[in-house]
Design a protein around this ligand. Sequence first.
Ligand code: C5P
Length: 283
Amino acid sequence: MRIAIRAHAKINWSLCIRGERPDGYHELDMLMQCVELCDELTFERARRLTLEVDGQRLPGGDRNLVIRAANALNDALGKRMGARITLKKRIPSRAGLGGGSADCAAALIALNRLWNLRLPMRTLMQLGLQLGADVPFCLNSGLCRAQGVGEVLTPMPDAPSIPLVMVTPGGGLSTPAVFRAWNGDASAAPVDVPALAQALRMGELARAQAISRNDLEAPAVALMPEIGGWMERLRGLGAPFVRMSGSGSTVFAAFPDEASALSAAARIPGAVFTRTLAASPEA
Ligand code: C5P
């Protein structure tokens, strides 16, 4: 048996910090969505657990979220099952696109099938949350409000596919470093997430821009000023909606049609064209 699965990147249409927890994590209120850009994984039964990565240098062994997902399943069941796993990496790392979390969620779903474990989604969500705050979202995908540390999920009605241009400056940023650099006010009024989701559904990108914010933009720009420069550049190319995703360093621009997105992408070396995904094809 061989399972092939795609692990999709996510973007944050908004990210508001609502408080700090004693364990160092932050209470968030976010609107997130998966995009077509994806990693590809395959899983086959094997005696040992192995992971072969193509496309990027990634931490190996227990530091890799795919191996950690396999170990978490084995630990939960008191087993030592093996698998031969391959990962074709396209989502940039340290980019705020949830690449590691997406791979982790894909591994939980695929190994649950490969090993015939029949664990319910609720259990995969619990295991996933221990591995990363964005993993529960990646197990669900679609257009989704994520609160708590990222695990309280409210699916939003699907929005039509939106063309996007992404730029990931400077080799990425460390998520803990960006959160540490945040010195904003957690009591500030949060984004009206349902209104933002509605604006996206109606294709009203300028209104979405006016409603949205990402509280991690300021600390990320302080750590990497070129992020601000890229946001200006994308606005200058006519994008009605420009934001940083997650903790950066990726900035993305949403365009009303593919032609304008493709023409903007063609002017920026290294830019990636993609589209939002309405709902997970794997779920
Ligand atoms: O859970 P994950 O490993 O993805 O989080 C990486 C880091 O991001 C955490 O160690 C923490 O510093 C920060 N974080 C946070 N609050 C969240 C999610 C992540 O402070 N809700």
